[in-house]
Design a protein. Structure first.
Length: 320
């Protein structure tokens, strides 16, 4: 029962979101739909690309500061991870943390989540692993535990918060704060503003994996919503919007053309762009302010020597 609901909702909203996005001006498609099986496979490849520093640098920050980070999580904590995927980063923490009351991986993809939970149970037989299938862009409830935690730490690595607009990030952090509750904390990975010589290649890799990842969204629409997009008619484009402090991914129409989705027709002018993703890059001060508006105080943070990425530790300040 629990599993059917979010996936069903996702299906309904995929169609609705695509139709709404293609009807808007400028046209857009929501990036949360990148991650079907092929999209997830391509994203895993992106994380291995030499140009895509994000995953590598965050892992390095975790490795270099593990003892300190584990200490900051505190004793008898429950760790809830949003968008847990295969929980690779969390394994580093779980390997070192011996007083956790439980680990709650939260993910929309039930199949992936349950497989990960089974693998984690084998690796940590004494730690309660309590997976929750949920869309973390909505309110999430924690499962009951046999041992009461002293605190809840919400963990959101990977800088996926960058894929939200500032208003969405604030709303997300508020929900995370409510989940963490009094005395709790939110630990979040954020990607920092940096030189364009580093930023642009990360989203325009030489092997064209990011382009394939972007175009896969049209492939998914064709497969799941009866679309007839000609994939050769669109090209991947990633640019940095200096004023907004974000990478923008677009699919640009190579020519004037029409496409059909779920029985509706959409016209694309030559060079017209469909926005598929924002990836916000923060300054420490900018993120501190976003967190503060959500009732969270940035008590500390860990960074790599280049200051390309940041793992921020946010304490709950506002009452829940
Ligand atoms: C998931 N997210 C943090 C990635 C990012 O960097 O914004 C998604 C991505 N898009 C293109 N490459 C990676």
């Amino acid at each position: 029962m629990r599993s059917a609901t979010p996936e069903l909702m996702l299906e309904t909203s995929f169609r609705d979101c695509v139709l709404a996005g293609l009807s808007a001006s400028p046209k857009s498609l929501p990036c949360k739909f990148f991650y079907d099986a092929e999209g997830s496979r391509l994203f895993d490849l992106i994380c291995e690309l030499p140009e895509y520093y994000v995953t590598r640098v965050e892992l390095q920050i975790l490795r270099d500061n593990l003892a300190d980070i584990v200490k900051a999580f505190g004793n008898n904590a429950l760790v809830a991870e949003f968008g847990s995927g295969s929980s690779i980063k969390t394994r580093l923490l779980l390997d070192r943390h011996d007083s956790l009351v439980g680990y709650v991986p939260i993910d929309i993809s039930e199949k992936h989540l349950l497989a990960t939970a089974a693998a984690l149970r084998k690796r940590y037989p004494r730690l309660p692993i309590l997976p929750v299938v949920a869309d973390y862009t909505a309110e999430v409830k924690l499962p009951e535990l046999s041992r009461e935690p002293e605190r809840v730490v919400v963990f959101f690595p990977g800088s996926s918060i960058g894929n939200f607009t500032h208003a969405e990030s604030e709303a997300f952090l508020e929900r995370a704060r409510r989940l963490a509750g009094e005395n709790g904390a939110v630990v979040v990975g954020i990607d920092m503003q940096k030189d364009l010589s580093v930023l642009l290649p990360a989203y325009n890799d030489a092997a064209g994996v990011t382009a394939a990842f972007n175009l896969n969204l049209l492939k998914r629409i064709n497969a799941e919503l009866g679309g007839d997009f000609d994939l050769t008619g669109f090209e991947h484009r990633a640019v940095y919007n200096e004023r907004e402090g974000r990478i923008e991914m677009h699919l640009n129409s190579r020519r004037a053309q029409r496409a059909h989705v779920a029985g509706r027709e959409f016209a694309f002018a030559k060079a017209e762009s469909v926005i598929t993703e924002y990836s916000y890059k923060y300054t420490l001060e900018g993120f501190r302010q976003t967190a503060a508006r959500a009732g969270l105080r940035m008590d500390r943070y860990w960074q790599d020597p280049n200051k390309w990425f940041c793992l921020a530790y946010l304490s709950v300040t506002a009452s829940c």
